[in-house]
Design a binder for this molecule. Structure first.
Ligand code: GUN
Length: 299
């Protein structure tokens, strides 16, 4: 049976380190880290995520600001708020929760965030830095950054020569994940909905990352014996066995079958999920260190 990678515990380690770094920053007389989270509209899932981000920021000792804006907010009003946050020296990280309402151009909003405060790592400057291997100064998107930490816990930092297959090509997860694996010297393949014979390709992977948003798509016989399997998916499916109208969370990997073949695997929930918020805190404290002219801490 595979080793179960405990994302909850590793995320707690990251948050503990952020707390210690925040205390050190205050001891040096520097401004404490400030995170501003902006949410537009009433999407219930987004509200839950944002509340959790703001709460963890407070736990870390950050200044935690939340702008909760009505769904009718105009693009101009949102851009004005971002401009003010860009200019505010008490704020080191700005996160605009996606998706935004349809009348707002998300791309325009993301590119309006100052790259040095873009703790989501979505600005073209940060995307370009990651793509060119400038990892020392890039902000890397939180979910792939957290997934990478989990992989390093199992395989070490240098992944030279390992075959990595990333299933999914999103800008938020698949592409940055592939770039991180490439920077760690993996041979990387990005698979997607048009890939031919995906099961055969997946079986070549020493590191298999599933980030497609399709419940239990990756089967046990897609997994190479001993592989490290990272399941980024969080899908809610009906669970009539738990009672009428009940549901449960599953990943993009058929966990039971895959765990019999893999060397190590992340569970859902409790794998990649907790790492995402932890890495947001890590990026924000790093931004505050850089703003204070100090060496950027590594995780
Ligand atoms: N919505 C879902 N995931 C994310 C994320 O990582 N960042 C932001 N800003 N919005 C999201």
């Amino acid at each position: 049976m595979a080793e179960v990678i405990d994302g909850k515990s590793i995320a707690e380690d990251v948050v503990d380190k952020v707390k210690a770094l925040t205390a050190e920053l205050s001891a040096k007389g520097a401004t404490r880290p400030g995170l501003a989270v902006v949410i537009v509209g009433e999407d219930p899932a987004s509200q839950v995520y944002v509340a959790s981000k703001s709460r963890t920021a407070k736990e870390c000792g950050f200044l935690s600001l939340q702008h909760t804006l009505p769904a009718e907010t105009t693009e101009g009003d949102l851009l004005k708020i971002i401009g003010d946050l860009n200019a505010d020296p008490s704020i080191h990280g700005i996160l605009v929760q996606l998706p935004l309402p349809g009348h707002i151009d998300s791309g325009k909003v993301i590119q309006a965030i100052a790259p040095e405060k873009d703790v989501d790592g979505f600005h073209f400057i940060n995307v370009g830095k990651l793509g060119t291997g400038e990892l020392e100064t890039a902000f890397v998107p939180c979910t792939p950054a957290g997934s990478m930490l989990l992989i390093e816990r199992v395989r070490g930092k240098d992944l030279s020569g390992l075959n990595a297959v990333v299933v999914g090509r999103s800008n938020i997860v698949g592409k940055p994940m592939a770039n991180l694996l490439l920077a760690a010297n993996c041979t990387v393949t990005i698979a997607h909905s048009r890939t031919r014979d995906l099961p055969a390709l997946a079986r070549t992977a020493d590191i298999l990352v599933a980030a497609v948003g399709r419940p239990e798509m990756v089967k046990g016989d897609w997994v190479k014996p001993g592989a490290t399997v990272i399941d980024v998916g969080i899908n809610r499916i009906p669970a009539p066995e738990k009672g009428e109208g009940k549901s449960r969370l599953v990943g993009d990997v058929a966990y039971g079958e895959a765990a019999r073949v893999a060397g190590a695997i992340t569970p859902v929930p409790g794998g990649v999920g907790p790492m995402t918020i932890a890495m947001l805190m890590a990026n924000t404290v790093a931004s505050a260190y850089l703003a204070a002219g100090l060496k950027r801490p590594s995780f």
